[in-house]
Design a protein around this ligand. Structure first.
Ligand SMILES: NC(=O)c1ccc[n+]([C@@H]2O[C@H](COP(=O)([O-])OP(=O)(O)OC[C@H]3O[C@@H](n4cnc5c(N)ncnc54)[C@H](OP(=O)(O)O)[C@@H]3O)[C@@H](O)[C@H]2O)c1
Length: 281
């Protein structure tokens, strides 16, 4: 999301270096969406894959559809809305395949729950796409537990990509992680560092509390603060997979090492309390 127009605006050479370095670290999953960079970032990545066809076999690509953004890139969109109709899903997959210059998307997600979604219609679209070999797995993002349960009854969902971090604790309490455990599905966590807010110098009392506790624990383990922020996610038994948004290879290396840190129960609750501002009931 942040590699193109909505972030670091990498040149194709910078992107090539970044992707090569990620692969060398064993980080082979790249998270896209049709809308990133106002509908431009998939095509940026696709230019790299066309230039370096050897990369295709080394990466796994996720992309998403379902949000219709109002942007000069889509003059027909008059209001921001969600669309999970069969027609929109099928045409979005074709557009993403074309932009990325690939034959199959490893993981295709509905980006947001469409309040008008018809689970039968979505399942039909998914079946058609799987039979055609255009997508390998299907999942959702930002779905509530009930929305996930509904769609999962019609077509198997591979993940729910939700916001989880010390700035967003809802998933621990609203049933979405319980549901992943129940179905044996690993949740993916977007903005695991709160989109960078957890590193802000000029931050709210809440962020300051989190930073203080995370610093104290980091010192104890002789690691970096960001590793403790990730260890907080790794501690949950649902095996949360964080989607790291950093464009810096040294930060990705640190993130990888964080999976080895096992926080104590009380340390986890100390971080939770620092975020919520009160002890658990
Ligand atoms: N499904 C959805 O609705 C949804 C929504 C949002 C995002 N996403 C996906 O989730 C991915 C991750 O989200 P995100 O990018 O918000 O995640 P994030 O990892 O929480 O935030 C990344 C930001 O934090 C900064 N950062 C990381 N470590 C830092 C440090 N030690 N000090 C200072 N700044 C630091 C990064 O800057 P540097 O590049 O300088 O390191 C980057 O700007 C996105 O790329 C996107 O693919 C999905």
């Amino acid at each position: 999301m942040r590699l193109g127009e909505w972030g670091t605006k990498m040149t194709i050479q910078e992107l090539e270096y970044f992707v090569d370095e990620c692969i060398a670290l064993g980080l082979v999953d790249f998270d896209h969406a049709d809308i990133y960079g106002d509908y431009t970032t998939e095509a940026d990545f696709g230019r790299l894959l066309r230039q370096r066809p050897d990369l295709r076999q080394k990466v796994r690509l996720t992309t998403k559809c379902g949000i219709r953004l109002v942007t000069p890139e889509r003059p027909a969109h008059t209001i921001k809305s969600y669309d999970s109709t069969k027609k929109h899903i099928l045409s979005s997959v074709d557009a993403s395949l074309q932009n990325l210059g690939i034959e199959q998307i490893e993981l295709f997600l509905l980006h947001r729950p469409d309040y008008l979604m018809n689970p039968q219609e979505i399942a039909q679209a998914v079946e058609k796409l799987k039979i055609a070999g255009k997508i390998k797995h299907f999942g959702v993002s930002n779905f509530s537990a009930s929305q996930f349960e509904l769609l999962h009854a019609f077509t198997p969902l591979a993940t729910n990509q939700i916001e989880i971090s010390l700035t967003h604790l809802e998933a621990f309490q609203n049933g979405t992680l319980d549901q992943c455990l129940l179905h044996g599905i690993a949740p993916t966590a977007w903005s695991p560092f709160g989109g960078g807010k957890l590193f802000s110098n000029n931050s709210s009392p809440r962020i300051k509390r989190i930073q203080q506790v995370a610093q104290k624990i980091a010192k104890r383990y002789e690691v970096q603060v960001e590793q403790i922020l990730l260890a907080f996610l790794y501690k949950h038994p649902s095996q949360i997979i964080p989607i790291i948004g950093s464009s810096k290879i040294n930060r990705l290396k640190l993130a990888l090492q964080a999976s080895k840190i096992v926080l104590k129960h009380e340390e986890w609750y100390e971080l939770f309390e620092a975020s919520s501002g009160k002890e658990v009931p």
